[in-house]
Design a protein around this ligand. Structure first.
Ligand code: ZN
Length: 316
């Protein structure tokens, strides 16, 4: 009997000990859980604050540039606060002669309107591309990246001065950064917007998504970024004709010319995708032939993108 009672006592003691351990564990988990969560939230808050400060910095610089421009124009800066929407709606676009041009100017009538667009520049070929465009007296659209070196800045000024449209193609072109979240997209957007404004005085109103709006690199639904642009009253432009110069293989001149021009007569609006990039020499070589082929087409004009342009969207 004593032995049996002793055994029962052991079992009870072990049960009590196990119960104690579970209670301690339970209490620990409930104490540590909020602490852990707080740390995670704290770190996230820090990151968001960093992004906010960065965006505010760009906005401040945009604001300063605008105030300076207004002063240059002999006007009092109305307010220190930048109302971006208002700015964009009333923004004049610099014309061919560097003078302000009314953005509501109507595009010429033609059965086929063709827009040559160059992504990823400026590059070592920008000047050559500009010279070819000048030679044929046609205007194009450059969707540029935020390249801060002296040559690139000189080139984006040159693009604007020669009367072409300066569009935004993101600041970094790093898919993982640009498309991480709407906040990241917004921060990158303000950077490229400020970069163009600071260096040329132009408030760009058009955007091309890195990879296009139908890219498969973004984990998020591209509509959230398209909606963000719409809120900023920025139009985005995909393409319906591609020269094919964006692939891993360097295409020859004939192929580039054929890809760029063979379907123009099927469309009212043709937005042709090309690249202004150091790795794409054949695009520059093909450009004169591309332009000549288009100019030889009946009732067809080559135009720069303006707010009048019918956009091509890959997503709806
Ligand atoms: Zn690109």
């Amino acid at each position: 009997m004593d032995k049996e009672q002793g055994l029962q006592g052991d079992v009870r003691r072990r049960r009590v000990q196990r119960l104690k351990k579970m209670i301690v564990l339970f209490v620990l988990v409930w104490m540590l859980l909020p602490v852990g969560l707080s740390i995670v939230l704290f770190v996230r808050l820090g990151a968001l604050n960093g992004q906010l400060a960065e965006t505010q910095g760009y906005l401040r610089r945009v604001e300063e540039t605008m105030a300076r421009q207004e002063q240059d124009a002999g006007e009092e800066p109305e307010t220190a606060q930048l109302d971006r929407k208002e700015v964009i709606v009333t923004a004049p676009v610099a014309g061919a002669d560097g003078q302000d041009k009314d953005v509501t100017a109507v595009e010429p009538e033609a059965a086929h309107k063709v827009y040559l667009t160059f992504d990823d520049g400026p590059s070592k070929y920008t000047e050559e591309i500009l010279d070819i465009l000048d030679e044929y007296d046609v205007k194009a659209t450059f969707f540029v990246l935020g390249k801060e070196n002296e040559h690139s800045i000189e080139m984006i000024r040159e693009i604007a001065e020669r009367g072409h449209t300066l569009g935004m193609h993101s600041y970094s072109h790093k898919y993982a950064d640009v498309y991480r979240s709407v906040d990241d997209f917004s921060a990158d957007f303000y950077r490229i917007y400020a970069y163009i404004l600071e260096n040329t005085g132009i408030q760009s109103t058009c955007y091309r998504f890195p990879g296009g709006s139908s890219n498969t690199v973004s984990d998020l639904d591209m509509h959230v970024f398209a909606d963000f642009l719409a809120e900023q009253e920025i139009e985005y432009y995909d393409w319906n004709l591609s020269s094919g110069d964006g692939g891993s293989v360097l295409l020859d001149v004939d192929t580039l010319v054929r890809n760029s021009t063979q379907d123009i007569e099927k469309h009212e609006t043709s937005i042709i995708l090309m690249h202004d990039a150091a790795s794409r020499p054949t695009t520059v070589e093909a450009l004169p032939q591309i332009i000549e082929n288009i100019l030889a087409m009946e009732d067809t004009v080559i135009l720069p993108i303006t707010e009048d342009t019918t956009p091509i969207h890959h997503i709806h």
